[in-house]
Design a protein around this ligand. Structure first.
Ligand SMILES: *Cc1c(COP(=O)(O)O)cnc(C)c1O
Length: 588
């Protein structure tokens, strides 16, 4: 801020008006008719100024800027005039942050911000946090619908390269030719994977891709003089983002029923498409479905929607079951989003950043999200033309390393792994949905509701108990309450799948003890899970042994994850903000 104030004052001395009265680090400068000369002088010194209009440019400094940068900027704007004296301006330049906005309270007062002063301390702090975490570097994360596959180091390293990480999203395109190539390659690769004709990498999440996709559908209908089409059919099995997106895109949601096998009820779909034929805008459908099955009627479903003038949005979050095997653009989709942070190896969790590109058939290509830096398209859905561009090298590297054959094999192994788990668990827990061949797709749902009815042991008890066995829980109660949805991905070996199944089967035996009346649900290790090392050293009055608590399988003695906290009340925690600041007594 200080340097920006000095810069602005010097520019005024050089007779350039600075209309920005209050600022932090960014100002607008009038060029006095010298716009072209100023841009040319800037380029020759490797400085990028923001293009605002014919009479003004934008300048922003940051915490890495120096006195030399300020003087270089003055010389660019001076057009031959003598430069202002830095030292004099440094003494006199005034703050330009309005007093009313200046912070008066203390900030970052928590000790964590003031405790780690050396690199060694910081390293150990980060390690201590990592030790508490139950992440993919310890065990599989079988979160159904999330596709928690390996984010390979080779794919991740280039993100740290300044050539990818330090480029401004609005840098002139002739300075970003490598990025242009990366983007073009990736769009092409994703077209091949999906069977679509064009791809936009702009959306930053799957949900944002859904939004961009529905905007494209809406704009397409308008271009055909059918702007009244605003009904969006969505099966009851859909991910919650689908109806939310349809709402945001100004469409009206009509729910289509599913049958007992979890498939779309085609008769109901046909009836609702008939009923809304004049106003049908789209169907949003996930394939393979959120129930973890390859919906056999998918081709027919797409045909029905097309026959009624609607467009088909295929939610591609489950693309990990399809890459190299089948493609949404070839079996009836008009537009799909992909989740590069699921299928294509970008890390996720903690809110991103993600990439949710959309692929479209040619007729929708003119309605992809645009940007003032792009040649065509409708309104943008992100501030930057290529969204989270800096993480695209991960997906580029993944696809390039795998090749067509490798990608197909990954899909096959992902499906095989899910079916292996379902097959091993089926004698112990009912598998909720499967296709007519008895198989699931890349994920499957086991039903714990009958056991709960019999024993009172809940899906949450099982999820928490899995932590004692060293596993992150599968997805709980989505898409069906009281169930667990398991997705192992192709990243897991047979040993790891067996380790997980062994844990689930051992847990089933623990539940059986309640079934048999040997122990009450409230007394079980299941209900008290997870068990911390502190639990063991506190006085022990449980009806099960300490060994049963923390080493229920022998193999755990070799490699044990110790949870840092015991059972918490999830619902209470979600509904009540709990301050984790140190208590007042710590200050006394
Ligand atoms: C993950 C997911 C989404 C949403 O994607 P985000 O990137 O989390 O916004 C949409 N649909 C399905 C089926 C998903 O699994």
């Amino acid at each position: 801020h200080r340097l920006t104030a000095i810069l602005a004052e010097g520019l005024r001395q050089l007779h350039h008006a600075v209309p920005t009265a209050s600022f932090f680090d960014t100002i607008t400068v009038h060029t006095g008719g010298h716009t072209q000369d100023i841009h040319a002088a800037a380029r020759s010194q490797s400085v990028n100024l923001r293009l605002i209009d014919d009479g003004s440019v934008g300048v922003a400094l940051d915490e890495t800027s120096t006195r030399a940068d300020v003087e270089a900027l003055w010389s660019i704007f001076a057009v031959g005039k003598p430069l202002p004296a830095f030292a004099a301006l440094e003494a006199s330049a005034e703050e330009k942050i309005p007093a009313a906005l200046a912070r008066s309270s203390a900030y970052l007062t928590h000790p964590v911000f003031n405790s780690h002063h050396s690199e060694t301390q910081m390293l150990r702090y980060l390690r201590a946090l990592a030790d508490k975490d139950l992440a993919l570097d310890r065990s599989m994360i079988p979160l159904g619908s999330c596709t928690m596959k390996l984010n390979a180091t080779t794919e991740m390293i280039p993100v740290t390269w300044p050539e990818f990480g330090s480029l401004h999203p609005f840098a002139p395109l002739n300075q970003a030719q490598g990025y242009q190539q990366l983007v073009a390659d990736l769009e092409q690769m994703l077209c091949v994977c999906t069977g679509y004709d064009a791809v936009s990498l702009q959306p930053n999440a799957g949900s944002q891709g859904e939004y961009a996709g529905l905007l494209a559908i809406r704009a397409y209908h308008q271009s055909c003089g059918e702007g009244q089409r605003n009904i969006c059919l969505i099966p009851s099995s859909a991910h919650g983002t689908n109806p939310a997106t349809a709402h945001m895109a100004g469409m009206q949601v009509v729910v289509v029923q599913c049958d007992e096998q979890g498939n779309v009820n085609v008769a109901d779909l046909r009836a609702k498409a008939d009923q809304h034929a004049k106003d049908l805008a789209a169907l949003m459908i996930t394939y393979p479905s959120t129930h973890g099955v390859f919906e056999e009627a998918i081709g027919e479903i797409c045909e029905i929607v097309h026959a009624h003038g609607g467009q088909v949005y295929i939610d591609g979050a489950n693309m990990n079951a399809m890459v190299g095997l089948c493609a949404p653009g070839t079996f009836g989709g008009d537009v799909s989003h992909l989740n590069l942070h699921k299928t294509f190896c970008i890390p996720h969790g903690g809110g991103g950043p993600g990439v949710g590109p959309i692929g479209v058939k040619a007729h929708l290509a003119p309605f992809l999200p645009g940007h003032r830096m792009l040649e065509n398209g409708i309104a943008p859905v992100s501030a930057a033309p290529w969204g989270s561009a800096s993480i695209l090298p991960i997906t580029w590297a993944y696809i390039t390393l795998m090749g067509a054959q490798g990608l197909r094999q990954a899909s096959q192994v992902a499906i095989l792994n899910a079916n292996y788990i379902m097959h091993r668990l089926a004698p112990h827990y009912p598998v909720l949905y499967s296709g007519s061949d008895g198989l699931v797709a890349h994920e499957g749902i086991i039903d714990l509701r009958p056991l709960k009815d019999k024993t009172g042991i809940t899906v949450e008890d099982v999820a928490k108990r899995l932590i004692d066995y060293g596993f992150h829980a599968p997805t709980m109660s989505f898409p069906v309450a009281g169930t667990l949805m398991i997705e192992p991905t192709e990243s897991e070996s047979k040993q790891e799948l067996d380790r997980f199944c062994d844990a689930m089967i051992a847990i089933r035996e623990e539940i059986r003890a309640v079934e048999n009346g040997d122990i009450k649900a409230e007394q079980t290790a299941l209900r008290h899970a997870p068990h911390t090392s502190q639990d063991l050293t506190d006085e022990w009055s449980r009806v099960y042994s300490r060994e049963q608590a923390v080493f229920p399988l022998k193999s755990l003695r070799q490699d044990k994850y110790w949870p840092p906290v015991g059972r918490i009340d999830n619902v209470y925690g979600d509904r009540n903000l709990v301050c984790s600041c140190p208590p007042m007594s710590d200050y006394e």
